[in-house]
Design a protein around this ligand. Structure first.
Ligand code: SAJ
Length: 413
């Protein structure tokens, strides 16, 4: 039996809640903390306040079995996990204030031999700063930045790497990187994650673990930027980029990703900026990739405008709003940005289709937009703008599409 029988998890979002539920399902008593009373109340009823496949069933089980409960205020535990957001501020500078606030909130409850884990995606050096913030509050305990291996409290960074939509499977099966402020810190954290992780656990120092998480998302961003840049070049050169990529990928050492309307979500569109902020002069490729991906929605808007200008009464079916296929998450979604811009520029009548949500975000309804059914919208429109390759969009009736202008940003049709 692990020496961790009781843990407190700070932040009940897309990472904290599933992680808590999986720990609880593996016999650990979990207290989940969030600043949002509605989230706390919902979790205590056994109902997730976020959408993730299978999470509802698991949460009901662990809440009914009294292994997981939620609260607004932390309590003492054997280990504390911080899974709070790290957005960026103006100028793409990382905002670690939620980590600091969570650290200061657990500090009064720390006791000798406790383990503190930072799971949030973090700029380089944050784990060490967390150690200092905790040390400021608890002068009676020793921390790794002061006492190294002899510290009373162990601290490690263990970045999450799960794919939204697959969280419950990936959180168990993926390998984990654990970066300790000291070797003993890393070993203590590894012992905790071994409670449920089936993938391998790789130990390193905290700075390398911080950078590894940022690197993984920057790698994907750079590769998507390459595909997006190709799509813009091919458009001008009148080459079908999808055929081009399919053919190029037949080379044994080439594997080009898919162009799209831009890069969305809360990770890949954010994390590379943390590398750029740390060393702007040397992060030229990473910054350029971000800029290319950020520009792609404007390219799509211009494309639609050019088509619409040729029609007397353009009616545009905007198919999909989420940041990627088959999820309900609209955060940082390029599709939302494109639809908003088309509405602001009064490019035509817009029929918005998004089967994964029940209502449109407020800023879109304020622009006079409403949700349409897929069949009615594709029937009525003269321009079909495919923004998300949801499975339900893929089997379109070719008789309906035949006489219409199609702008397929995903290469799905
Ligand atoms: N996209 C493309 N073309 C592609 C692949 C993706 O345009 O070929 C777009 C998607 O449509 C979407 C965006 O990129 O808008 C990101 O989607 P994604 O599926 O690549 O990644 P996320 O943001 O859902 O999750 C990523 C994952 N990171 C990596 O794959 C390196 C996940 O493992 C991380 O845990 C997650 O970020 C995170 O939380 O950091």
């Amino acid at each position: 039996m692990s020496r961790f029988s009781r843990i407190t998890v700070m932040g009940m979002g897309y990472i904290g809640l599933p992680t808590s539920a999986v720990f609880a399902d593996n016999g650990v008593d979990v207290l989940g903390i969030d600043i949002n009373p509605a989230a706390v109340e919902s979790i205590n009823r056994g109902q997730p306040h976020i959408v993730e496949p299978e999470l509802d069933v698991l949460l009901r089980k662990v809440v009914q079995g009294a292994k997981l409960r939620a609260s607004l205020v932390p309590e003492p535990a054997d280990a504390f996990i911080l899974a709070v957001p790290t957005p960026f501020k103006d100028g793409h500078v990382p905002d670690t204030s939620h980590i600091e606030a969570a650290g200061r909130a657990i500090a009064p409850h720390l006791a000798k031999n406790n383990l503190v884990i930072l799971e949030s995606t973090s700029p380089i050096g944050t784990t060490e700063r967390l150690s200092r913030w905790l040390g400021e509050v608890r002068g009676d305990l020793s921390f790794p930045h002061q006492s190294g291996e002899l510290s009373d409290i162990r601290i490690a960074h263990c970045p999450e790497r799960v794919l939204p939509g697959q969280i419950l499977r990936e959180v168990v099966e993926n390998d984990r990187i654990i970066g300790g402020l000291t070797r003993k810190c890393a070993q203590a954290a590894a012992a905790l994650y071994r409670v449920f992780v089936k993938g391998q656990i790789h130990l390193t120092n905290a700075r390398t673990a911080e950078m590894a998480k940022l690197t993984e998302n920057a790698f994907r961003d750079v590769n998507i930027a390459f595909a997006n840049e190709l799509s813009v070049i091919c458009d001008r050169a009148r080459i079908n980029v999808w055929e081009l990529i399919r053919l190029s990928n037949m080379h044994p050492r080439v594997n080009i990703l898919r162009p799209g309307p831009g890069v969305g979500g809360h990770c890949i569109a954010v994390d590379p900026w943390f590398i750029v902020a740390a060393d702007p002069e040397r992060s030229r490729l990473i910054r350029t990739a971000r800029e290319i991906n950020n520009d792609k929605p404007h390219f799509v808007v211009e494309k639609v405008k050019a088509h619409a200008a040729k029609l007397k009464q353009p009616v545009i079916a905007c198919l999909g709003l989420s940041y990627k296929a088959d999820v309900d998450d609209l955060r940082e979604s390029p599709a939302v940005e494109i639809v908003e811009q088309l509405a602001r520029d009064a490019v035509g009548e817009l029929l918005v289709v998004e089967p994964h949500v029940n209502s449109l975000p407020k800023h879109l309804t304020e622009l006079g937009l409403k949700l349409w059914d897929f069949d009615q919208a594709t029937e009525r429109a003269n321009i079909l703008l495919l923004l998300v390759d949801h499975a339900s969009f893929l089997t379109v009736d070719h008789d309906v599409v035949k006489d219409k202008i199609v702008v397929d940003t995903r290469g799905a049709w």
